[in-house]
Ligand binder design. Structure first.
Ligand SMILES: [Zn+2]
Length: 376
């Protein structure tokens, strides 16, 4: 194929030869497109940034520059811009990466695979997330206790966001009375273990997420082993023994604990982060477990179906913030929602120096003691 020097376009195979002889292959797509892979040896410079930055990449105006984009449209405009800037040997690679790949020319794998680059496109355009943030999410390991009301929205949204490993702990089976709020389960899966039902839904939503289902009841003997190795612990439990065990284990393992609870028409959320000296723990808020009479669960007190959705998503938001290291986590603050009044209230939650969990005189006598405390 004849390529005239003046032509603004060059065939991909010819471009590769020119690149090997020293031409600069300039990928003028956006960074997030490049994240899914790019022509080997190309330099990424989005089209909008050409005027500002080309001089540092190609100080000599006689350097041959071959612009490449997705399908050849933007790179043609880029080549015109480059000619106007004085680069007489600027051209556009005809057909862009689509043809480059179709012709089997050498590619470099991007930081994300194609599926991830498409799936997380709305994350990638957020400067606070971007490719680096999405990588953090993809490598994160989150353990979630409870695959019920709170666990359902938390697990669904964390899986959708791309959290790499989700460990679900729950020993219950799906009951028809769960379906009014536990939207990760379906009518057809009544009677199925909740962790298995949840895993089926999460795999269908995002096959890239590794879901580890643990069909066990959290207890003194397993809590530390089940939590170890994760980055964030999420409390989606519906009982006090699990909450006190989670609190103790997260303190001992130095893992942030994202707490949420719902009751009738109200809910509350906070973050206990033992990595921070100023952070309270769960027992700064509730030093001792309430008696069974004082602590009705959902089946006794009732709960409006949307409540665990609202509170669970506030928890999922805190998890993503912790993974990304952005924003202000709800450490030292208790966010309370009253659904009937339609209000959110924030209570200051300072660390209690006399706390039986994290205070100066706190003693840890083993997890069995904590379980026993809750049984009293
Ligand atoms: Zn405490």
């Amino acid at each position: 194929m004849h390529e005239s020097v003046d032509s603004l376009e060059i065939e991909p195979g010819m471009a590769l030869e020119h690149q090997r002889r020293g031409a600069l292959l300039l990928d003028v797509r956006e960074d997030l497109e490049r994240a899914a892979g790019y022509a080997r040896g190309s330099i990424g410079l989005p089209r909008a940034a050409i005027e500002a930055r080309i001089a540092s990449l190609a100080p000599a105006l006689d350097r041959e520059i071959l612009a490449i984009c997705a399908s050849g449209g933007r790179s043609l405009l880029a080549a015109k811009t480059l000619r106007e800037l004085g680069y007489a040997h600027a051209r556009s690679v005809r057909g862009g990466h689509a043809r480059w790949q179709r012709e089997g020319l050498p590619m470099e794998q991007g930081e994300l695979d194609v599926d991830a680059a498409e799936r997380y496109a709305r994350h990638l355009v957020l400067p606070e997330v971007g490719v680096a943030g999405q990588q953090k999410i993809l490598h994160a390991r989150v353990v979630l206790v409870g695959a019920g009301g709170l666990g359902a929205p938390i697990a669904l949204y964390l899986a959708a966001a791309g959290v790499g490993t989700l460990t679900l702990i729950d020993d219950d089976v799906v009951d028809r009375s769960n379906l009014q709020r536990q939207i990760i389960h379906t009518d057809a899966r009544v009677g199925v273990p909740k962790v298995e039902s949840a895993r089926a839904m999460l795999n269908a939503l995002n096959p890239g997420v590794r879901v580890e289902s643990v069909r066990e009841r959290l207890c003194g003997a397993n809590v530390e082993a089940l939590l170890r190795g994760h980055d964030v612990v999420v409390d989606g439990a519906d009982n006090f023994p699990a909450r006190y065990l989670l609190s103790a284990a997260s303190l001992r393992l130095g893992l942030p604990l994202v707490y949420g609870a719902v009751h009738r028409f109200s809910g509350q959320v906070s973050v206990f982060d033992p990595r921070r000296a100023d952070s309270p723990c769960y027992r700064c808020l509730f030093p001792q477990p309430p008696s069974a009479a004082e602590a009705p669960n959902c089946s006794e007190a009732g709960v409006l179906g949307v409540m665990p959705g609202i509170v669970g998503l506030l928890q999922a938001n805190e998890v993503l913030k912790l993974i990304l290291g952005i924003g202000e986590p709800l450490v030292g603050r208790l966010l309370c929602h009253d659904a009937l009044a339609g209000t959110f209230r924030e209570l200051r939650l300072p660390r209690d120096p006399d706390c039986p969990g994290c205070g100066a005189n706190a003693r840890f006598d083993g997890y069995e003691d904590i379980a026993a405390l809750c049984a009293m």
